[in-house]
Design a protein around this ligand. Structure first.
Ligand SMILES: [Cu+2]
Length: 250
């Protein structure tokens, strides 16, 4: 009797594994690159953040050389092109109905405060997934969030290594800031499913596990706004690039 139960459980387990493997094969992956177009010779202006950071000695000493760059627009030129760049920190997510969501990932995302910057500048997570807010600096930061759909929060973290876990119940994109250092800002994107990504330093993104069929994809950037596009996903790899335009660009 015991043996037959064990055999039965083994078969059920094997069946489950086979089904899971088949389901994984049947889903699609969406990959792409985010670009920023602008008038030739007029790339986005860059802010010298180090002018601000150097007012906080314990942060300034963490940098080997002055940091130049804007947190808001992190774009890099493309070799041979004078009117387009790749764009980091865009959020890419599915904005149409994709059915019931899978359980949120057990592993937390981390929003660090290091060198008087939020790292990463943009973070996305699923409803009920933990965001761990960490202070890696030996000075006081506070993380002040005033979302519209989730409860507001404001944690002071006066010591290095302090952590506050936060969970969000409603989908929303909102800003957090530090009241001690006015240049410190980050964006948190909360989604009802796992189909979201942030473009990396090469402008690239990847969203895995999409059910085949037509979906609406939203591309969001804190400066360049929000644009939507329909895409038909097939099993396997799918490609979709997106270009944001700077205002005034043709
Ligand atoms: Cu701060």
């Amino acid at each position: 009797m015991l043996r037959s139960i064990r055999t039965g459980m083994g078969s059920a387990l094997a069946f489950g594994i086979i089904c899971a493997a088949a389901a994984a094969q049947d889903t699609g992956t969406l990959k792409g690159t985010i670009f920023l177009s602008h008038k030739a010779g007029e790339p986005p202006k860059r802010t010298n953040l180090f002018n601000d950071i150097k007012t906080e000695a314990k942060c300034a000493e963490q940098y080997e050389k002055p940091q130049v760059g804007s947190e808001q627009v992190v774009s890099k030129s493309i070799e041979g092109k004078d009117d387009a760049r790749i764009l980091q920190y865009a959020i890419i997510y599915v904005s149409s109905d994709v059915g019931p969501a899978s359980a949120p990932p057990a592993e937390a995302k981390v929003l660090d405060q290091k060198g008087c910057l939020y790292i990463p500048h943009v973070v996305t997570l699923q409803v009920d997934q933990t965001l761990e807010v960490l202070n890696s600096d030996p000075i006081l930061h506070n993380i002040n969030a005033q979302p519209e759909k989730n409860p507001a929060f404001n944690y002071g973290q006066p010591q290095k290594g302090m952590k506050n876990p936060v969970i969000f119940k409603k989908p929303e994109i909102f800003k957090v800031k530090c009241d001690v250092h006015k240049w410190m800002g980050a964006w948190i994107g909360v989604f009802p499913h796992a189909f979201h990504a942030v473009s990396n330093e090469k402008g690239e993104f990847e969203i895995k596990g999409l059910p085949p069929g037509e979906h609406e994809i939203t591309f969001w950037h804190e400066v360049f706004g929000e644009q939507k596009q329909k895409v038909t996903i097939k099993a396997g790899e799918n490609k979709l690039d997106h270009t944001f335009k700077m205002e005034g660009s043709g």
